[in-house]
Write a protein that binds this ligand. Structure first.
Ligand code: GLY
Length: 322
């Protein structure tokens, strides 16, 4: 049987990279978005720089973004077709390959904390709906009204546009519909970290695509699609239209490439393939096991920030790949 070689086979350098969503960020939100990802990256970096774990760092970074209404996650989540909140989140440990995800949560303030509870306290990988909510509440997580008035306004506006265009609901498969609606907003938050012990972790959280059908679960709850981490290759997390990402199992595909390629080459190749196979609408951040990070997308923007011992970066775009 193949033995995992463990974390101590290479010198590690601590890194955190986070994103606040791919899409078409209106210029009036750039400052807020960049500040939000910067604060989240700083929070996670403080943890790994004090010998904390990559897992704790990515969770803490996501909490910062879930609490920031500029992002489509936690407080600030977009609404589904009937005007409800349905959040998804997941977290994965590259050392053990353990992971946890939650889907269809309505009022848990920090869905990423619920995902961590699924990973740490159950034998399962994914829980959805009321059962996931009960587990979160039983473990002391806070409830919150996540339905912000700006999202209610956007939902009403979106319904009007759907009706005007004769569209019943947003499907992830029609480029025309995607261009007209989805890519006009930002999507999902994600974080990847490498700690002092050489361990990688990944996490992501989202309100999902706006005007989705009730009950729809996206990639951000699902290991392999929305995120993946494996100490023997790398960590990756996706943003954009979850239906595209799930069909390509994009984060696992990126990690598989990082066994032999660096993060830049892996993300560029995956996004190029994604554009060809399923169209535009996806972004991907990756961190290989040597601490090299990368951001690639076929959307107009992807808001991200990274911290290493030497470098601090925050940008509204990475490598745009067509
Ligand atoms: N990428 C988030 C979603 O599609 O739900």
């Amino acid at each position: 049987m193949h033995q995992r070689s463990g974390a101590n086979v290479r010198p590690s350098k601590i890194v955190i990279i986070v994103h606040g969503g791919a899409g078409d960020w209106p210029s009036k939100l750039h400052k807020q978005g960049l500040s939000g990802v910067g604060v989240a990256a700083d929070r996670g970096f403080r943890i790994v720089s004090k010998e904390g774990s990559a897992l704790d760092a990515v969770e803490a970074a996501i909490v910062m973004m879930e609490n920031n209404p500029v992002f489509n996650a936690g407080r600030g989540s977009t609404l589904n077709l009937v005007g409800e909140i349905e959040t998804d989140a997941a977290i994965m440990d590259g050392k053990t390959l353990k992971g946890g995800g939650v889907a269809l949560l309505r009022d848990i303030r920090n869905p990423i904390k619920a995902a961590r509870i699924v990973m740490d306290k159950t034998d399962h990988v994914l829980l959805a709906g009321e059962a996931a909510r009960k587990l979160a509440l039983a473990n002391g997580l806070a409830k919150s009204n996540l339905r912000l008035s700006k999202r209610v306004h956007a939902w009403k506006e979106g319904l009007r546009k759907l009706k005007k265009n004769g569209v019943l609901y947003l499907s992830g498969t029609s480029p025309e519909v995607l261009q007209r609606f989805l890519l006009k907003s930002s999507d999902t938050v994600g974080a990847l970290a490498l700690d002092n012990d050489g361990n990688l972790a990944a996490a992501c959280s989202t309100g999902g695509v706006s005007l989705k059908l009730p009950g729809r679960i996206g990639d951000s709850a699902i290991l392999g699609a929305g995120l993946y981490a494996d100490n023997e290759s790398g960590a990756a997390t996706a943003t954009g239209i979850g239906e595209q990402t799930m069909r390509l199992v994009i984060s696992k595909a990126a990690c598989d490439l990082m066994r032999h390629a660096d993060a830049v080459s892996a993300t560029t190749r995956i996004i190029r393939y994604s554009t060809m196979a399923v169209g535009v609408g996806t972004g991907l951040i990756a961190l290989d096991r040597f601490g090299r990070h990368s951001v690639a997308h076929n959307t107009r923007n992807l808001c991200w920030a990274a911290r290493t011992v030497d470098v601090s970066t925050a940008k509204m775009f990475g490598t745009r790949v067509s």
